[in-house]
Design a protein around this ligand. Structure first.
Ligand SMILES: [Zn+2]
Ligand SMILES: [Zn+2]
Length: 461
């Protein structure tokens, strides 16, 4: 029997709850819903960070990068070096060693190219990627670039994005179909989609869903807040003046429909070639998106479930069909899962994740964020606790307000939307959660240290 193919379908900023198979009432995802019936759907997949870069690192490495003091949402050279120096390898590198052809489709940062034989982007010269790499270690330059894009007329920035930009799902899909048709060797194919990322502007189906008329005008609400000028400028460029929250959400949903439509074509191509049954598909996002939770408007900062809970669907030869798995899982679990499926051996010290399908169940999940605010959280089945890393991190730098409270505790059974902070009412649960978080962070430090020593010993032999 030929080695199974592996396809990763990553959709940026896709909330689990906005997909039909996760119970959404709009028909945003007919193809993903069908796919979910052919495999296992995870309902408690939580990202350990809400930034694309850090989540991507977890997917590729099976490891978690601890919170960055520099408030960096990117993956830095020093983080990549320390990963390599402790014996780390990307999934792409491992699969290449085992005879896989490795493909990455669509523009993204560049550092994640490691281990991929082929990297297709819309822009052959990869100019924006090298530009981005140059600015990634300078927070001042980052902020200047961000401002520059936000103030640019929308038509101009749209043109730049179409010509050089990341969002070219059509190109990625076309290329994926070609690879599926022509590739004779087993392949690892990573397809990146990002229509549900702000500004929610897919090439087609922009108005697939239209919201009923309401008076929840977005910019009227925005006026009540002190959000940074460049972000307001960005919103003004992205959304119409009289857009309501419902209009913007309808556009987000239309963007999902767009990517689902393209994903349907990829799955169709696999079936036509007769290799669907010998292919493992992992479909997931890097993080979710907040529409208005605790005044985090249309972005993905904050550690609320809307941002951390990501959809995860796995199909393939040995994956249980039409099954729902409610265990806590995370991006770090994906690499060890693949290695187990392919019977590739590894040491347990290598990963911060476990096989997704293992019987071992986690009782909690943790998450961190850096960027606009440095916060961390721990979530059990019933409660969520969020704390700032230091006193300076209480106020969100982007919104100039405290989201939720200085310390936050939510009773998820009674309050799944995390609207009612009970930190001052239930201090005993708060202390319990805080202690559990501290224990986890301590253990994580110990594992990293053990990893470093093990690698040093191996190298000195
Ligand atoms: Zn992202
Ligand atoms: Zn904020």
């Amino acid at each position: 029997m030929k080695k199974p193919n592996i396809i990763f379908i990553m959709i940026d900023a896709l909330r689990a709850r906005n997909l039909g198979c996760y119970g959404y009432d709009r028909n945003t995802s007919p193809n993903i819903d069908t796919l979910s019936k052919q495999g296992t759907r995870f309902t408690n997949a939580f990202s350990t960070n809400n930034s694309t870069n850090k989540s991507l690192m977890a997917m590729l490495s099976g490891r978690h990068i601890p919170l960055d003091k520099e408030k960096n949402i990117l993956v830095t050279k020093s983080e990549l070096n320390s990963f390599s120096n402790s014996g780390g390898k990307f999934l792409s590198e491992r699969l290449k060693e085992h005879g896989y052809k490795t493909y990455w489709l669509n523009d993204l940062y560049g550092w994640q190219k490691r281990g991929f034989d082929f990297y297709f982007s819309n822009n052959k010269k990869n100019q924006p990627i090298s530009l981005f790499q140059n600015i990634k270690d300078s927070s001042r330059l980052r902020s200047v670039t961000r401002t520059f894009f936000h103030y640019m007329p929308k038509k101009m920035s749209d043109n730049i994005k179409l010509k050089y930009g990341r969002n070219n799902g059509e190109m990625a899909t076309e290329k994926a179909i070609q690879i599926i048709k022509e590739e004779k060797d087993p392949f690892f194919l990573w397809i990146y989609y990002n229509s549900p990322h702000i500004p929610y502007n897919p090439k087609q189906f922009t108005n697939k869903f239209v919201a009923p008329k309401t008076k929840n005008y977005f910019f009227k609400e925005l006026k009540k807040h002190k959000i940074k000028k460049e972000m307001v400028g960005f919103f003004k460029g992205a959304f119409s003046k009289y857009a309501t929250f419902e209009d913007i959400i309808a556009r987000y949903d239309s963007a999902i429909y767009h990517d689902d439509y393209l994903i349907g074509q990829v799955i169709e191509a696999l079936k036509e070639k007769g290799i669907f049954d010998n292919t493992y598909i992992f479909l997931f996002s890097d993080h979710g998106e907040s529409f208005d939770t605790q005044n985090v408007f249309f972005s993905h900062h904050g550690l609320y479930d809307v941002c951390t809970n990501f959809p995860l669907i796995v199909t393939g030869p040995t994956i249980p069909k039409n099954k729902i798995n409610e265990s806590f899982v995370k991006h770090e679990d994906m690499v060890p899962t693949i290695l187990d499926l392919l019977k590739i051996r590894y040491s347990s010290l290598e990963f911060d994740g476990n096989n997704l399908l293992s019987k071992e169940k986690l009782s909690y999940t943790t998450a961190e964020e850096a960027g606009y605010q440095n916060k961390r959280s721990i979530r059990t089945k019933d409660f969520k606790y969020i704390e700032p890393v230091s006193k300076e991190d209480v106020v969100c730098e982007l919104c100039n307000e405290i989201h939720g409270g200085k310390l936050e505790l939510y009773d998820l059974k009674k309050d799944p939307e995390e609207k009612n902070n009970i930190a001052s009412e239930d201090t005993s649960t708060l202390t319990e959660m805080k202690t559990l978080l501290e224990k986890h962070l301590k253990e994580e430090k110990q594992i990293n240290e053990r990893r470093r020593i093990a690698h040093k010993l191996k190298n000195s032999n």
